[in-house]
Design a protein around this ligand. Structure first.
Ligand code: IMP
Ligand code: MG
Length: 178
């Protein structure tokens, strides 16, 4: 069978739009956590670009840490079984944890992660996602902060990959079959 060929679709979210929305979310977080400090937990690798831009828009004491998870194993469909490839270096008990994710698709990864981290008794635990693809949601999970909603398309750019490629595209686009 011939392998499918993909090309980039249109620009869905421009650099300017990303910048503007990130600023808005940073401001909202700054206001809502006033007087508190935050531990921003970046979910590798897709959320790296968003997290580094976002924390510069937050005017609070911010610490960062990273987690790496694999939700799919060999299959392309989410199984709901999440493997922790890299856990936090930081103890989160009593801290305001803010999970930073690139995209919520089925929601299974975040649902698992949220329950997993809640077991360590953080002071609070919230989720901030750059993108939300509600059409494909199967887990009962809602982000506290969402950058943009996207359609049921395969998104790449600004951290999001296809086979580890295209993370460095500075805007959000999608892949369409050639
Ligand atoms: P979920 O458990 O189905 O919500 O999986 C979410 C994860 O799958 C995200 O953190 C992404 O790493 C990946 N993912 C889901 N949709 C896309 C997409 O459109 N482009 C790139 N990665 C995606
Ligand atoms: Mg991810």
């Amino acid at each position: 069978m011939k392998e499918k060929q993909y090309v980039f679709g249109e620009i869905l979210i421009s650099e300017e739009q990303l910048k503007k929305r990130t600023k808005e979310i940073g401001k909202q977080i700054t206001e809502e956590y006033k007087g508190e400090s935050i531990l921003a937990v970046c979910i590798l690798k897709g959320a790296v670009l968003f997290m580094t831009d976002l924390i510069r828009e937050i005017d609070l004491d911010v610490q960062i840490d990273f987690m790496s998870v694999s939700s799919y194993g060999a299959s392309t469909k989410s199984s709901g079984v999440v493997r922790i490839l890299k856990d936090l270096d930081t103890a989160i008990e009593g801290k305001n944890v803010l999970i930073i994710e690139d995209i919520v698709d089925s929601g299974l990864t975040l649902k698992y992660l949220k329950d997993y981290l809640m077991g360590r008794n953080p002071k609070s635990l919230k989720i901030c996602t750059l993108l939300d693809k509600p059409a494909r949601r199967s887990a009962d999970i809602l982000a506290d902060y969402t950058g943009f909603e996207v359609e049921d398309q395969f998104i790449v750019g600004y951290g999001l990959d296809y086979n580890q490629m295209y993370r460095n595209i500075p805007y959000i686009t999608c892949l369409v079959e050639k």
